[in-house]
Write a protein that binds this ligand. Structure first.
Ligand SMILES: Nc1nc2c(ncn2[C@@H]2O[C@H](COP(=O)(O)OP(=O)(O)O)[C@@H](O)[C@H]2O)c(=O)[nH]1
Ligand SMILES: [Mg+2]
Length: 362
């Protein structure tokens, strides 16, 4: 899963990227608007994987993973009242993600210039959202223009019906986006979703808004009433400094000094991951305990395919036990004797937290 970190210059994107990934990418108050990306992959914290690993003592434990990309390139000009549009490379870098983490500056610091001079989280969120909407709108307009030209070839043309459906769908989206409403607010049918996938619309992506607080500021009240969206906060620079201390004892002392009982890293990685609404199932054994990521509503056969195509091809049955039942029983054999391990067919829906053993024959 890929998550793109976006935000105005000096909002703290790179700082928060470092917090989330444990990286040490340089942060600066004078980056300007140059296009630049940092990327790193991190495991998604999941205590269930840890507990299963305790139970099985496997040679290897594999968590789900998320790749964070810190995307810089919005210049101060775009951040002003007059939009000049995002560059193509910036749009592509943002489009290339499954979800977005939008960093918003709340901290006050005169030594760190704000592109609009004052700190105003609500305004900054709207500015960036407007840029994303404009990018989507121009994609829609370009495509509508092409489709209109192509539809002129008339009903007899083989692609006519298909293009007409697409034309009507995009015509429906256009006024919505023009009003600055994000596409993720729209309820779409599976077919519509499929037709739109290739466009990689920026406002269709789930968003976690991360309010970057200074050392002292309280979290401001931010209304962000959209679907597939959530708001959270972090003391960005403080947590980066703590993370980079290295020594656990030093970290604890430093945290105590600022009244922090725990770091937000794990919570934010988990929240950004959960926004996508995917689920995890687990495979267990002496060799490996592993979390797998599939879409909600995945069948046993699809889960088998996520592990290996051979398992889908030779699928016979899936043994399924919920994480809770397995933990309560204390061991797989115990869960089985209590009747908690069910034998399921190809079409059975797998739930978040299911422990799955695929029986197959190739
Ligand atoms: N005072 C203060 N400064 C911060 C905080 N977070 C980031 N900064 C500073 O703001 C500047 C820009 O941060 P950076 O992460 O590079 O922002 P980016 O341009 O969005 O990537 C750097 O000098 C950071 O040290 C914070 O919570 N408080
Ligand atoms: Mg940066």
């Amino acid at each position: 899963m890929r998550i793109g970190i976006i935000g105005l210059p000096n909002s703290g994107k790179t700082t928060i990227f470092n917090v989330l990934t444990g990286d040490r990418a340089p942060t600066t108050a004078y980056a300007g608007g140059a296009f630049q990306v940092n990327a790193a992959v991190v495991p998604v914290p999941d205590e269930r994987v840890g507990a299963l690993s305790e139970m099985y003592q496997p040679k290897k434990t594999t968590y789900a993973r998320v790749e964070y990309t810190d995307i810089a390139g919005l210049s101060g000009v775009e951040a002003g009242s007059r939009s000049v549009g995002l560059s193509g490379e910036l749009i592509n870098a943002i489009a290339n993600n499954d979800a977005l983490l939008h960093v918003v500056r709340v901290f006050q610091d005169e030594t760190v210039p704000h592109p609009l001079e004052t700190t105003d989280p609500g305004r900054d969120i709207s500015i960036l959202d407007a840029e994303l909407s404009l990018s989507d709108l121009s994609k829609i307009e370009n495509r509508l223009e092409r489709l209109a030209a192509s539809l002129k070839r008339g009903k007899g043309f083989p692609t006519y019906e298909d293009e007409k459906v697409e034309f009507e769908l995009l015509s429906r989206l256009q006024p919505h986006v023009e009003q600055g409403r994000p596409l993720r607010d729209l309820e779409l049918s599976a077919d519509e979703g499929r037709r739109l996938r290739g466009f990689q619309f920026l406002t269709a992506k789930p968003v976690l808004i991360v309010l970057n607080l200074g050392d002292e500021e309280d979290e401001p009240e931010i209304e962000y009433p959209h679907r597939k969206s959530a708001v959270t906060s972090i003391r960005g620079r403080l947590e980066m400094d703590i993370a980079q201390l290295g020594e656990a004892e030093e970290q604890v002392l430093f945290m105590a000094e600022y009244g922090l009982t725990e770091l937000s890293v794990k919570r934010i990685i988990r929240q950004s991951y959960e926004l996508l609404g995917r689920i995890n199932f687990f495979t267990v054994g002496d060799d490996e305990v592993r979390a797998w990521e599939v879409d909600r509503g995945a069948t046993a056969l699809e889960c088998a395919g996520a592990i290996h195509t051979d398992l889908a091809r030779g699928f016979i049955r899936a043994e399924v036990v919920s994480y809770e039942d397995l933990m309560a029983a204390g061991a797989y054999a115990g869960a089985r004797s209590m009747g908690k391990v069910r034998l399921e067919g190809k079409e059975h829906l797998i739930h978040d937290g299911d422990v799955v053993v695929i029986r197959f024959n190739v």
